[in-house]
Design a binder for this molecule. Structure first.
Ligand SMILES: *Cc1c(COP(=O)(O)O)cnc(C)c1O
Length: 250
């Protein structure tokens, strides 16, 4: 269930905290746009709510957030169900759910039920699983190819290697139940985010040469959104800067 104290003092304090965080974040994003000559209208802010309760999603929606990111299907499904049961405003019905985490093929059917955009497509077997699952949807499931930007070989980080991206993009584009929307990446831990996102921009350009509609570049988190904006990001995935630090690594 959502917070049983919704509307009470705890909720008012949390609402004020989220509103202050959102105002500070919007100032940061506006500054990043101004210093790189980009327009705010090119950017979509995704609030990454993993590990936080659905009552926080409720408050974020009230504050004008429309895009919510989750990285585990079990947690995301639970929150979708909780919010569906407690929707009070039309705004809640317009939430776009973004699936941003490692995705197992046996979870594809569940994710295809609620996701507006899957950011983490990194292998052909997952394309097949999502394509089958999405046949039951009213609209095609939009997908991003997740790109591994880590130059250190075999570190086991998520994402397709850059030379695998074209084949994955083609497979998504060829599936009638899927729509290729672009690319996504996480900057390597401890690396230079600017250089990483430059490489992502190059990969994105190559994808767009073959698929002009695939214009989404999902890049940038709390710690590196400026570098992402400087390198053409269209979607920012922000957790901690908006919701506070997570109790456990998520
Ligand atoms: C958790 C997560 C984010 C948000 O990270 P913050 O540092 O909390 O902003 C973004 N993208 C992915 C894939 C994540 O798992």
């Amino acid at each position: 269930m959502t917070d049983p104290n919704a509307g009470g003092a705890g909720s008012a304090a949390r609402r004020a905290e989220l509103a202050a965080n959102l105002a500070a974040l919007n100032t940061r994003i506006a500054a990043a746009c101004a210093s790189t000559g980009r327009s705010l209208t090119e950017l979509t802010l995704i609030a990454v709510t993993k590990t936080f309760p659905s009552s926080d999603i409720d408050l974020l929606v009230e504050l004008g957030i429309a895009d919510i990111g989750e990285n585990r299907d079990q947690e995301a499904s639970r929150k979708v169900d909780e919010l569906t049961a407690t929707w009070r405003e039309p705004a809640h019905r317009r939430i776009r759910w973004h699936f941003i985490g490692a995705l197992q093929t046996n979870k594809a059917a569940s994710v295809a039920r609620y996701a507006a955009l899957v950011h983490s497509v990194d292998r052909l077997r997952l394309v097949d699983a999502l394509a089958t699952a999405a046949e039951r949807r009213a609209t095609p499931l939009r997908c991003l190819v997740q790109v591994n930007l880590d130059l250190t070989p075999a570190r086991g980080r998520a994402g397709a290697m850059p030379d695998e991206v074209a084949a994955l993009a083609a497979a998504i584009a060829a599936a009638p139940s899927l729509e290729l929307a672009g690319v996504m990446a996480v900057a390597p831990l401890g690396g230079d985010a600017n250089q990483a996102f430059e490489r992502l921009a190059t990969v994105a350009q190559a994808v767009q040469r073959d698929h002009p509609q695939a214009a989404v570049i999902s890049a940038g988190m709390s710690g590196d959104l400026e570098q992402a904006v400087a390198n053409g990001a269209t979607h920012l995935r922000v957790g901690a800067a908006l919701l506070g630090s997570r109790a456990h690594a998520g």
